[in-house]
Write a protein that binds this ligand. Structure first.
Ligand code: FAD
Length: 476
């Protein structure tokens, strides 16, 4: 197998390289002072930091292409970055490389109500996409918890999910086309506004979820859908995770597909209540946030049916939002879970293992078992309807002994997930954090295929080297 990533990182960039980058992008768009560069040395992932040689903030696709052509000619690694909210270390820089931060490519270029599409540059903030669709009565459903700060380019590169994934799917389901700067510096347009398009390989799909290792996404053409006319939010609490899981299974068995079916375990409930004071029952073993949207009559019927199913399964309480402000308060319980837990210990490690949803109660129970076995503080919340669980380890990265137990716990959780037919990451990507575990999930042929694709597109291994796969030196 050809090495997937071959770049030997340079220690720092020469003055002439910095000068050339400034000629391309402009004097002020190239940061080199340590105090300017340090904030780009990490993302949202705990315990991962590296130093970049410089940060470049281009403003056009042409500048991105020129920077990449220059980097390839000088064998300088390039790490693309959106807002740096990633939770797998995907945008953590390579020592001595260039961080290409795309936040200045931040224009919405077109909303096309006739074709229900929106064209945006990749640095546009996710929430701004839906805000731009709103005046047309249109809707962009993917809503990662980070949507007020993440970029649409980062969402596409990680194929991010959100709270509405059960009914509406994930980012991939909305990408109709994109402009990509290829590792050789060429600019390619992939996809179209056509609802049907089977001309050639679906190359856009190769770049969705490629974590900045195959090309740099500079524009994204997104599908919009009609905005739902009504929405109903409910919050049910249970004295066991099993009763909550049974409620979720029965909702789906009765062919109700809510837009949101999220859960919090006891520890998460307690910490959210402590933090956000939304009135959560802190004695409950599990709380489930349910949201249905669509035609007003159907929404009312589905909300009533979900409340009845929760009650049949012994819910301690079922709270129905009476108005929009009440709905926002209930949803805050779930949306603030990460922030609430992050206050407890110095380091918060948020995982996103995913299992077929019929196995969700098993993986949640297993995480509890692992916490006891390794003497760790682990809270769990996540997307019940998608089988996507966020075991969140509250720890301290400076305590080496405890971090050893954290690694052992993660290894156990990943093995169990794979044994249950699941995946080590449902939405955050592999990046650096999950790279060691990726081969456990794939057979030799499929793992090798991914590396062949990387090598075919980026033979010099300069785009986000060392992410997803190990960086190998040219002699290996
Ligand atoms: C509080 C919080 C809540 C979160 N909630 C969710 C959630 O609900 N669902 C979810 O899926 N994730 C969630 N995340 C993770 C994260 O926000 C997403 O992965 C998001 O898509 C990252 O966007 P970003 O702009 O910050 O990208 P970055 O973190 O900057 O980059 C992420 C990856 O994409 C690559 N990349 C970025 N831009 C481009 C581009 N234009 N072209 C090519 N490659 C690119 C980078 O190299 C890197 O590998 C959450 C994170 C936080 C901190």
């Amino acid at each position: 197998m050809s090495p997937a990533t071959k770049a030997a990182p340079v220690a720092s960039l020469s003055t002439s390289s910095i000068t050339r980058l400034r000629e391309i992008a402009g004097e002020k768009q190239v940061l080199t002072a340590p105090e300017d560069v340090i904030p780009y040395g990490f993302d949202g992932t705990a315990a991962l930091k590296h130093g970049a040689a410089c940060v470049v903030l281009p403003r056009t696709s042409e500048e991105v292409a020129a920077i990449l052509r220059f980097a390839v000619s000088e064998k300088i690694p390039v790490v693309t970055r959106g807002s740096g909210t990633g939770l797998s270390g995907g945008s953590v820089p390579v020592d001595g490389g260039i961080v290409l931060c795309l936040v200045h490519l931040n224009h919405i270029l077109e909303v096309d109500p006739a074709n229900l599409t929106l064209l945006a540059e990749s640095g546009v903030i996710t929430k701004a996409i839906d805000d731009a669709a709103l005046p047309y009565g249109l809707f962009y459903p993917p809503d990662p918890g980070s949507m007020k700060i993440s970029t649409i380019g980062g969402n596409v590169a990680n194929n991010s999910g959100g709270l509405r994934g059960l009914k509406y799917g994930v980012t991939r389901d909305y990408v109709m086309g994109m402009e990509v700067v290829l590792p050789n510096g060429e600019i390619a347009w992939l996809g179209s506004k056509c609802v049907k398009d089977v001309a050639g390989y679906s190359m856009k799909d190769l770049f969705i979820g490629s974590e900045g290792t195959l090309g740099i996404i500079t524009k994204v053409l997104l599908k919009l859908v009609p905005r739902p006319k009504a929405r109903r939010t409910l919050l049910a609490s249970f004295d066991s995770m099993g009763a909550a899981a049974k409620t979720v299974s029965q909702i789906i068995e009765r062919q109700i597909i809510p837009c949101t079916l999220e859960f919090l375990d006891r520890k998460t409930c307690q910490s959210v209540e402590d933090y956000a004071k939304v009135g959560l029952p802190t004695s409950a073993a599990a709380v489930v946030l349910m949201e249905t949207d669509g035609h007003p009559v159907v929404v009312e019927e589905e909300a009533a049916a979900m409340a009845a199913i929760a009650t049949e399964n012994g819910a301690i309480s079922v709270e129905r939002a009476s108005d929009e402000a009440h709905a926002v308060r209930l949803a805050t319980a779930r949306r603030s879970a990460f922030s609430a837990l992050a206050r407890i210990r110095p380091t918060t490690i948020l995982e996103d293992v995913t299992v077929p949803r019929s196995r969700l109660a098993e993986i949640v129970a297993y995480v509890e078992e692992v916490a006891v076995r390794h003497h760790l503080d682990i809270a769990t919340f996540g997307h019940f309807g998608d089988g996507n669980v966020h075991p969140t380890i509250l720890t301290d990265e400076t305590d080496h002994e405890e971090m050893g137990r954290v690694e052992a716990a993660l290894s156990d959780i990943f093995d169990k997930t794979i044994a249950l037919g699941g995946t080590i990451t449902g939405e955050h990507g592999v990046g650096l954090a999950k790279k060691p575990y990726l081969p456990r999930q794939f057979d030799t042929a499929s793992y090798g295929l991914m590396r062949q694709v990387k090598h075919a597109l980026d033979p010099a291994g300069l785009l986000n080297p060392g992410k997803i796969f190990d960086t190998e030196t040219p002699n290996e």
